[in-house]
Design a protein around this ligand. Sequence first.
Ligand code: MD3
Ligand code: FE
Length: 211
Amino acid sequence: MPAPLPAHLEVAPGALWFREALDREAQAALLADIRAVLEEAPLFTPAMPRTGKPFSVRMSNCGPLGWVSDAAGYRYQPFHPNTRAPWPAMPPALAALWTTYAAVPAPPEACLINYYGPDARMSLHQDRDEADFTAPVLALSLGDTALFRIGGETRGGATRSIRLASGDIFLLSGPSRLAFHGIDRILPGTSTLLAEGGRFNLTLRRVNPAT
Ligand code: MD3
Ligand code: FE
């Protein structure tokens, strides 16, 4: 029998919010794993396709594939855009979260690491660069609280705002997998987890259909 899902709120069909999923010790351990990844694969500044306008969010990845964006477009690729080195391996503790919360047999292929300084934002978008939308996306917040906005599958519909705090896990499955979403802003000074302040958000994803 599959293990039962930990306690959660379903904020929209298939959008599951696990508040305080991780205690401080588990958050600190995952943060140390992410710091080790970033030693090998430093945060880079993505740019918008066509215009080349820089994102305010800085990014890196671990796992076999990583999401990148530059003037040529959005895509997944197996190497860092600046160092050209393969992405670091997925830390086992992150893969374990996928087993517990995503509950699909195929392992995650990418972990996108977003870093938000005090003024970073992410405008409303859909995640549709993956070749397979059947698997969920698992998001983990570490550090300052973020004002996260989520709507439906069409732009311009009703949205709701959710405060994602350090240690919260958010799972997007089923109808929510293609929901419009973004980060309106972060609330500086709301967490002491990161010495430098700001927020990391990690998203675990499948990119290709499981064979
Ligand atoms: C809803 N990240 O990396 S996490 C992203 O906090 C992204 O950094 C935000 O949007 C962040 O693409 C939001 C929550 C999240 C992640 C993936 C989703 C919500 C989602 C995919 C589909 C629908
Ligand atoms: Fe997204």
